[in-house]
Design a binder for this molecule. Structure first.
Ligand code: SAM
Ligand code: ZN
Length: 278
């Protein structure tokens, strides 16, 4: 079996046209000896984990490794599985590369790849911690550190941009999408994690997604909306991870004995938006 770094190099060789240099925005010319080289000879190293750092500066993130590990354990327990199962068939509808924007610790992209995605799948996040953890845990898909605000991906090459609970940048989205491509954006509905919001001390206000949805609708002429709502039985062993995985839980008194019963069943209430680049 190929080492992670060799597997990543092979992926880059086969998919060089999907990327662009973050310095000069030209395409890349070659990947040899784990070195990616653009037409202007800017050079980026593929590290031992098989990931790239295609950002010119590092950014501090509020998500620590500890929090990302909690989020990963929750993801691996199937918390987002019904959501991902409803996204999966939509990915089959448009042929071509898929980009997971703000992939965090990588579980969603890894799950979709595992389920049977055969098109090139790239997942990126601005958080180095997130990408390190993703690449350490999963050998697929291809992970890298990058910033959506100035992304190192080539124009007009992507069939699907996946934007799950992460920020959007519509001018970048339009630049990246090929004709007929789609953005699949997932935003919380008001009842998302309501059991956590209801706990005293979470400090969370009721959430409205109206502004985000109307912004999305401004940018696409066809928008398909789908509600994804289900409940998840949270085991006692995962309660601490659940409280740690989202900023909503960080301010709570962590005396779990007091809140155990209220977190037995968690509501996952999400809105799936699909916008087409017709
Ligand atoms: C709430 S997390 C969601 C992560 C993952 N999609 C999930 O559903 O578990 C939002 C993610 O967006 C990332 N993010 C924020 N700004 C970004 C940017 N400009 N470029 C890339 N990723 C960004 C954060 O680092 C974080 O991992
Ligand atoms: Zn360059």
């Amino acid at each position: 079996m190929l080492k992670k770094r060799d597997k990543a190099q092979l992926f880059l060789k086969n998919n060089l046209k999907l990327f662009q240099c973050p310095v000069c925005h030209n395409g890349f010319e070659s990947i040899e000896n784990y070195q990616l080289l653009c037409k202007e000879k800017h050079q980026f190293d593929l590290n031992k984990k098989g990931t790239l750092h295609l950002m010119l500066k590092s950014v501090e993130s509020e998500y620590t490794r500890d929090m990302l590990l909690s989020r990963q354990r929750i993801a691996q327990s199937g918390f987002w599985q019904p959501l991902l199962d409803s996204i999966y068939p939509k990915l089959q509808k448009v042929d071509g590369a898929i980009l997971d924007v703000g992939c965090g610790e990588g579980s969603h992209a890894a799950y979709l790849k595992d389920k049977g995605i055969t098109e090139p799948l790239i997942a990126f996040d601005i958080s180095k911690e997130g990408i390190n953890l993703a690449a350490a845990t999963y050998s697929d898909p291809f992970f890298l550190v990058a910033d959506l605000a100035d992304s190192p991906f080539a124009s007009g090459q992507y069939a699907t941009l996946l934007n799950i609970l992460s920020p959007s940048n519509y001018s970048e989205f339009k630049r990246l999408l090929k004709t007929g491509g789609q953005v699949i954006k997932v935003v919380p509905n008001p009842d998302y994690l309501k059991e956590l919001r209801d706990l005293k001390g979470s400090g969370a206000d009721t959430y409205s997604n109206e502004e985000v949805v109307s912004k999305f609708e401004e940018h696409f002429s066809t928008v398909h909306k789908e509600k994804v709502r289900y409940t998840y039985k949270l085991s006692k062993e995962l309660q601490a991870d659940f409280l740690n995985m989202t900023p909503l839980g960080w301010h709570l008194d962590k005396n779990l004995n007091n809140i155990t019963d209220e977190l037995d069943e968690i509501t996952i209430d999400l809105l799936l938006l699909v916008g087409s680049n017709a």
